[in-house]
Design a protein around this ligand. Structure first.
Ligand SMILES: Cc1ncc(COP(=O)(O)O)c(C=O)c1O
Length: 464
C-alpha cells in the first residue's frame, strides 16, 4: 500500500460513516473482496476507486440505480457522462434490442452507420466527415495521428489536468507528472513530444509556439479540464483558434463529454468556435461502447484509400473490430435523434443549475466553506483546500487557479461519497457529477436533503 493509500485507510478505520456504509452494503463488501482476488485494486476503472470499497449495482433505470443489497440511489455518475437521457431510455433500449435480434456484427457496412454519421454531421457544425472508433481513447489517439500526418510535425500541446483517455500521449499531467515526465510504462520520447501548458493561459500557449516550431496540434476539453472543473476565461477558445491558425497547427476539441451535452452541436456550437477535428464518445453512442473522430474533409481524407493513391502517399491505417458495430450504431442513432428533436440538453442544464443552487443553499445553511459550481448539466463541489473565505452562492472558479481547483482532500472526499451513498446518492470522485433529463424535482430535493445529512455526518466524523 502506498503512503497516501495507507493514510486514507487509517483515517477511515475509526469512522462512523464507514461503519454505517459497511452495515448498509454487506453484499457489495463481499463482492469487492472477490473482485480484489481478480482485478488490481478490485477495479475495472480508476475513477471507480472508493475506500473501503464501492457499491455493486444490479439494475438502473432513469435517474436511479439499485445495488446488490437492494439500496436505491439517485445516480450522478451517469455512465461516466454518457447518459444525458438517463438509464435505459425506452427508445435506446428498443433500438439496441432490435440490433441484437438482427445480428451484432456483419463484418461489412450497414445502413445504420450511415444514419449515425448523418446525424453527427447534421448536429456538429465542424463535422464534414466521420470515422468511428470503439472508445473516446481511440478517438483522441486517431486525432493526434491525423494531426501529425497532416502537418508533418511531431509535437502535441495539451493543458494540465485535461483528460483525453489513457493512451501514451495523454498520460502525463492529468492526475500526476505535471512536469511532463513519463508516467510508468510510457516512453520518454512519447512524453517528450507533448508540451503541457497551464489551462486557460493563452500567453503560455503563445510562448510554447514561439519555443517549439514543431507543434502539430492543440487538444483540449473545450469547457475546461475534467468536465469543466477548471473552466477557461471568456474568449480563450477564440484566441486559441487564432493562435493555432497563425502557427499552422490543428485545433482539436475533445468533445467526448461535451458533445451533444453542452448543446446539440456540442461546445463548438455553443461558443461558435470551430475546431479542425473533434473527438466524440459517450452520448454519441447512446451509452454503449463507441466513439468517433469528426472534422474537416481534407483531414479525414488521410484515412482514404483513393486519396492516398491520388496524392501518392501512404494512408493512415485504421482497423478496429468494433468500429460502428450495429448495436452501437443503433443506440447512437436513437440517442442522437432524441438530442436533435427535443430540448434534452437545455432541460438537463436547467436541472443541473437548480441542483447547484440547492446544494449551495445547503452549504450556506451548514456554514461549510465549500461551494457547488459548474456549467451546463454538470456540478462540481469545491472543497476549498486552502481554506479561503468564500460564499457558496457567489463562488467563481475563475478566481482560483488550476492547482486550487484540482487539489482534493482525498479522505474528506471519500467520506463525502460514502456519506452520500448512505443517504441514497451516488456522486463521482471529482466530487460532482452529470445531470440527465431523467433527474426530476423529487431527485433534486432528495439530493439536497442527502447532502445536508452527509455534511452533518462529516462534521460528526471530525472532517469539517
Ligand atoms: C474528455 C474525455 N476524453 C476522452 C475520454 C476517454 O473516453 P473513453 O473512456 O471512451 O476511452 C474521456 C473519458 O472519460 C473524457 O472524459
Amino acid at each position: 500500500m502506498t503512503g497516501a493509500a495507507d493514510t486514507l485507510e487509517r483515517s477511515l478505520t475509526n469512522s462512523m460513516i464507514v461503519a454505517a456504509y459497511r452495515e448498509k452494503t454487506p453484499t457489495s463488501e463481499r463482492l469487492a473482496a472477490e473482485a480484489h482476488e481478480l482485478f488490481p485494486s478490485g477495479l475495472t476503472h480508476d475513477s471507480r476507486h472508493l475506500t473501503p470499497y464501492g457499491i455493486y449495482v444490479e439494475r438502473a433505470e432513469g435517474s436511479h440505480k439499485w445495488d446488490v443489497d437492494g439500496n436505491d440511489y439517485v445516480d450522478y455518475f451517469g455512465g461516466h457522462g454518457a447518459l444525458i437521457l438517463g438509464h435505459g431510455h425506452p427508445d435506446i433500449r428498443a433500438a439496441a434490442h432490435g440490433a441484437l435480434d438482427d445480428g451484432t456484427h456483419f463484418g461489412s457496412g450497414h445502413e445504420m452507420e450511415i444514419r449515425w454519421a448523418k446525424l453527427i454531421t447534421r448536429l456538429l457544425p465542424s463535422a464534414e466527415k466521420v470515422r468511428f472508433t470503439a472508445s473516446g481513447t481511440e478517438a483522441t489517439h486517431m486525432a493526434l495521428r491525423i494531426a501529425r500526418a497532416f502537418t508533418g510535425r511531431p509535437r502535441i500541446l495539451r493543458f494540465l489536468g485535461h483528460f483525453h483517455g489513457w493512451h501514451d500521449h495523454m498520460a502525463s499531467g492529468v492526475h500526476s507528472h505535471f512536469d511532463g515526465s513519463p508516467t510508468p510504462g510510457v516512453l520518454d520520447d512519447v512524453a517528450g513530444a507533448v508540451t503541457l501548458c497551464p489551462p486557460g493561459n493563452i500567453d503560455a500557449v503563445k510562448n510554447a509556439f514561439q519555443t517549439h516550431n514543431d507543434i502539430a496540434a492543440v487538444i483540449l476539453e473545450p469547457i475546461g479540464s475534467q468536465t469543466g472543473q477548471v473552466p477557461h476565461p471568456p474568449g480563450f477558445l477564440t484566441e486559441l483558434r487564432e493562435v493555432t491558425r497563425a502557427y499552422g497547427a490543428l485545433l482539436i476539441f475533445d468533445e467526448v463529454v461535451t458533445g451533444f451535452r453542452v448543446s446539440r452541436g456540442g461546445a463548438q456550437a455553443h461558443y461558435g468556435v470551430m475546431p479542425d477535428l473533434t473527438t466524440l464518445a459517450k452520448i454519441v453512442s447512446g451509452g454503449v461502447p463507441g466513439g468517433a473522430v469528426a472534422g474537416r474533409e481534407d483531414l479525414l481524407e488521410l484515412l482514404d484509400f483513393g486519396a492516398a493513391v491520388r496524392n501518392g502517399r501512404a494512408k493512415i491505417g485504421h482497423q478496429g473490430t468494433y468500429n460502428a458495430n450495429p448495436l452501437t450504431a443503433a443506440a447512437g442513432v436513437a440517442a442522437l435523434t432524441i438530442i436533435a428533436e427535443t430540448d434534452a440538453c437545455e432541460r438537463a442544464s436547467r436541472s443541473a443549475a437548480s441542483l447547484r443552487s440547492s446544494l449551495n443553499a445547503v452549504i450556506e445553511e451548514a456554514s461549510v466553506p465549500w461551494a457547488a459550481y459548474g456549467e451546463f448539466s454538470m456540478f462540481h463541489i469545491f472543497t476549498n483546500p486552502k481554506g479561503r473565505a468564500i460564499k457558496a452562492g457567489e463562488f467563481d472558479p475563475l478566481d482560483h487557479d488550476f492547482e486550487e481547483l484540482a487539489l482534493k482532500p482525498k479522505e474528506t472526499i471519500h467520506k463525502l461519497r460514502l456519506a452520500l451513498l448512505i443517504n441514497g446518492v451516488d456522486v463521482t470522485g471529482w466530487p460532482g457529477g452529470t445531470v440527465s433529463v431523467a433527474h426530476g424535482e423529487a431527485d433534486m430535493s432528495h439530493t439536497a436533503e442527502a447532502f445536508a445529512r452527509a455534511l452533518h455526518l462529516l462534521r460528526q466524523d471530525g472532517e469539517l
